[in-house]
Ligand binder design. Sequence first.
Ligand code: MUC
Ligand code: MG
Length: 370
Amino acid sequence: MYKSVETILVDIPTIRPHKLSVTTMQTQTLVLIKIITEDGIVGWGEATTIGGLNYGEESPESVKANIDTYFKPLLLSIKAPLNVAQTLKLIRKSINGNRFAKCAIQTALLEIQAKRLNVPVSELLGGRIRDRLPVLWTLASGDTDKDIAEAKKMIELKRHNTFKLKIGSNPLQHDVDHVIAIKKALGPEISVRVDVNRAWSELECVKGIQQLQDGGIDLIEQPCAIENTDALARLTARFDVDIMADEVLTGPDSAYRIAKKSGADVFAVKVEQSGGLIEACEVAKIARLAGISLYGGTMLEGPVGSIASAHAFSTFETLEFGTELFGPLLLTQSILKTPLQYENFELVVPNTPGLGIEVDEDKLEQLRRH
Ligand code: MUC
Ligand code: MG
């Protein structure tokens, strides 16, 4: 069935330092999975994370070790033809946790099946509703004037007209003033959101969110600790401005628990955090049933993970807050033969079989970690 399963780590410098509350990134390590079937079909997947273990529970190195040690022998041991669902069930039975690794493997399996059937991956997820996805840009240089200049340049280039600001690493009032100054400079037409990446206590949230709401900010992402789902629900009930769950969403189970207690206005759906494209669609379905709005999130993946996410998000019934699938644009090097198509503030979802991208393997060979 499967001839080879390979995990490739690729370190690529970012176009500028990317400052989050949990780390400042100067480089992104792409974690790519390449699976080849015995009849020669190639499927790609990605399990990239942010800042080693600063953000998530899996690091690039742990994903590689776990895939090489556990996932790979399991996949290579399959002798009878199993479909994707049967293969995923076998993986779930044998391997606990490891959502990012599972997502990468599932993406590659879906790409193989989609290529076999000659359809885009989105078709295997029920079919796309849209061919293009709005993509915002994250301003995270840490400097107010630089961020304003960067935002204005993006609007002029018709690349992005919605911005998310990464805050939480400075004292609260400093961060709030930074955000309000950027919002004022960009004007009422431009949507400005913040991602606190869980840096604030509940009391700080009350103080900070009130000012951000008064200053015209549209969306407050994961302001408090992952464990504190009660605080997130209280903030959701307290404020008019929309509160978005991000890190707290670790797949359909957590989505169900948060939805049940009206714990957020919006879900940031991420394919890796969900444990796969199929599970991301389940998270979206739970949100829809609970009246929660949707946003397509990123783990700052390169083009493989970003386009896999795009296939999943293209199938969502609604996508009220757009997406942040800008990961490849943060990198100084492309690993595709033809880069992803970003135009008119949107990302185009390819319509060709599989993920619809062609990895430049020569480039990968030059860049990969040995
Ligand atoms: C996050 O928490 O949303 C997404 C955009 C970005 O700049 O960082 C990521 C992580
Ligand atoms: Mg976030």
